[in-house]
Design a binder for this molecule. Structure first.
Ligand code: ADP
Length: 631
């Protein structure tokens, strides 16, 4: 064989190999594209895989350029997988299909033909039932005010089908029942609960009762179906309309061509094939009308028509009235508590405010008190002193009143005495005058006797004048105003006491300034004052143990236009307890004294507008000093 011939044969072989590869390679590539079939695993993942894996295998065989894989999913997982475009096909229950169809545009390719108790069905329903011997329940409407049990609110065959029928006869299962209980799968428990009288009624998917009876679990004769419907093509007990069985659907992204091939394959599935048997089915039929399912959802205003219920406050109230009532009650309670707390807080704040205000006032008062304490104490002391002074004045006034009263009494006495003395004095004067005339007539030259009789007459006249002045003073209550020489007046007073001065050998020293000798006053009364002071001085000096006994009389004018007469002596002086009572009427330290001399003298001096006081002069001698206005 030539090289050329061998080369041509190699080229032909290579061309054939390339041809085979070109035709086989795309198919090989396509076989690796695995289609995801999402399956609702309502009885768990394993059950779903066992039930549907033969179908996936069947499809993979029939559609050799694709692989098919079962993806078991829960309801939520199914929704999220479809939403995220993770699935190519969907195999789910009737209700869920309608929801996903509405939300994500999946579309059915075929409807499952279920084989149950030896018969094939493409539809199913639900049965509402009670015990045969239940006396009150005979129709669906009778369930009102009774208890009922179902699978769950979202179970299509396990509750929603019955719910629709109940609404149609005017019974709202959420509002009109005594109690509605959802217990989930298995549905057998619902049947037992009804038969064992734990609830009045129940609802399960059609065929359940017959299966349980066939398994010997219940006596189907003890069951009473409420609202039983007759259907020639559907032999199982049911109370509801019939709805199509599970659909096999394609996702929106899946091509029509592949979908068509899958639909054909499903429709061609043999009833007795492994795939059909595993799915408890007799194969698949052309897709049924799922419109009644939409109607049910729309009527019940649930997904995908839940929005229909939104505007209806009534439906919200009907569905959630328990929670709403509870929430309202809690809100009310909360508001009441808040109101009470607010009120209590307000009261506490008010009390606190009042307390603070009072504390503030107390503090201010204390501060004010402290601030004015000294001032108040000073005022109290002042007031106390004033009170003491006014007490003293009151006592003094009382003493003066008593003094005046005694003077009045004395005045009355003196009037009587003066009247009585006037007679004997006049008689003495007459006798002395008569004696003088008798001496002259007899020519007796006894001059000493003559002088004595003259003196008797003078003294009697003087005594009569004194008594006369005293009577007038008492009678009028006022003194005479006459000009007289004060020095002469004092000399007369000294003369009057001459015998007593001589008796004690007392020297009287008189100092008088010239300018004050004439004054206007009642001469007799002023002479009386001087006599009183001289009598006391003589008594004092006479009683004293003094070698040289002296009485001084100083007459001076004062700066205030008055004349002052001071009578001093060198007697023993006056003790303090005597000084404070000197001018009190009837105060005397002498056994035969009357205690009226100084009291009367003060009355006379003060009646003339002058003053009288006791003092100790520069030579420490006791001195009585009185003043008189000159005019
Ligand atoms: P009487 O002379 O009747 O006692 P007075 O009123 O004249 O009343 O005098 C009251 C008292 O004052 C006297 O009793 C005497 O104790 C006292 N007294 C007055 N003058 C003097 C004086 N010059 N020296 C001492 N005591 C005097």
């Amino acid at each position: 064989m030539s090289y050329c011939c061998r080369g041509r044969r190699f080229s032909v072989c290579l061309g054939l190999v390339c041809l085979v590869l070109v035709s086989v390679w795309p198919a090989a590539l396509k076989a690796q594209a695995e289609m995801q079939i999402g399956v609702l695993a309502f009885r768990g993942k394993q059950d779903a895989l066992e039930r549907w894996s033969p179908t996936a295998k069947y499809l993979s065989q029939r559609i050799d350029d694709h692989g098919f894989k079962i993806v078991p999913l829960t309801l939520e997982g199914m929704r999220s997988h479809v939403e995220q475009d993770k699935l190519d096909f969907v195999l789910t229950n009737t209700g869920n299909y309608v929801v996903l169809e509405d939300a994500f545009g999946i579309s059915r390719l075929a409807t499952l033909k279920v084989r149950h108790l030896g018969q094939d069905f493409t539809q199913f329903g639900a049965v509402i039932f009670t015990r045969r011997d239940h006396p009150a329940l005979n129709r669906i409407a009778d369930i009102a005010d009774h208890t009922m049990m179902a699978v769950s609110r979202n179970a299509f065959g396990g509750f929603q089908m019955a719910w629709r029928e109940m609404i149609e006869v005017g019974v709202d299962p959420f509002a009109d029942l005594e109690r509605l209980r959802f217990i989930g799968f298995p549905q057998d428990e619902i049947v037992y609960s009804v038969l064992e009288r734990r609830v009045d009624a129940g609802t399960v998917r059609s065929g359940t009762l017959e299966r349980m009876a066939a398994e010997g679990l219940i006596d189907i004769g003890s069951i009473k179906v409420l609202g039983a419907k007759d259907s020639d093509a559907f032999p199982f007990l049911h109370s509801t309309r019939l709805y199509p069985e599970w659909p096999f659907a394609k996702a929106r992204k899946t091509s029509e061509e592949l979908a068509q091939r899958v639909a054909i394959a499903l429709l061609q599935l043999e009833p007795d094939s492994t795939a059909a048997a595993s799915a408890f089915a007799a194969g698949w039929t052309i897709p049924l009308d799922y419109g009644p399912v939409h109607e049910l959802f729309r009527q019940l205003e649930i997904a995908p028509y839940v929005y229909l219920g939104k505007p209806s406050l009534t439906s919200v109230w009907r569905e959630y009235k328990g929670w709403i009532s509870f929430s309202l009650a809690m809100m009310l309670l909360l508001m009441m508590m808040l109101a009470l707390i607010g009120r209590a807080n307000r009261r506490i704040s008010q009390s606190e405010l009042k307390f603070r205000e009072e504390a503030n006032q107390r503090r201010q008062a204390q501060e004010l008190l402290a601030k004015h304490k000294d001032e108040l104490e000073a005022r109290v002391a002042e007031r106390t002193a004033e009170l003491a002074e006014s007490n003293r004045l009151a006592q003094e006034n009382q003493a003066q009143l008593a003094h005046i009263s005694r003077l009045n009494t004395m005045g009355e006495m003196a009037t009587g005495i003066a009247h009585e003395l006037n007679q004997p004095l006049t008689a003495i004067l007459n006798y002395s005058n008569g004696s003088l005339r008798l001496l002259q007539k007899r020519g007796n030259g006894d001059s000493e006797l003559h002088e004595a009789i003259v003196n008797i007459g003078n003294d009697a006249r003087r005594a009569a004048d004194i008594i006369k002045g005293l009577r007038e003073f008492i009678k009028r209550g006022e003194h005479k105003h006459e000009h007289f020489n004060l020095r002469n007046c004092i000399d007369s007073a000294v003369d009057l006491l001459h015998p007593r001065l001589d008796q004690y050998d007392i020297e009287v020293r008189i100092n008088c300034t010239d300018d004050v000798t004439d004054i206007v006053a009642d001469r007799v009364q002023i002479e009386q004052v001087v006599v009183n002071l001289l009598v006391n001085a003589v008594d004092a000096v006479g009683a004293a143990d003094q070698p040289a006994k002296e009485i001084g009389i100083d007459i001076v004018s004062t700066d205030s236009g008055a004349v002052a007469v001071a009578v001093s002596d060198n007697g023993a002086g006056l003790p303090a307890n005597v000084i404070e009572h000197l001018f009190d009427p009837f105060f005397t330290t002498k056994s035969e004294g009357m205690g009226m001399g100084l009291s009367i003298s003060r009355s006379i001096v003060e009646a003339h507008g002058g003053t009288i006081e006791y003092l100790v002069d520069e030579a420490q001698r006791p001195t009585f000093r009185f003043t008189l206005p000159i005019t």
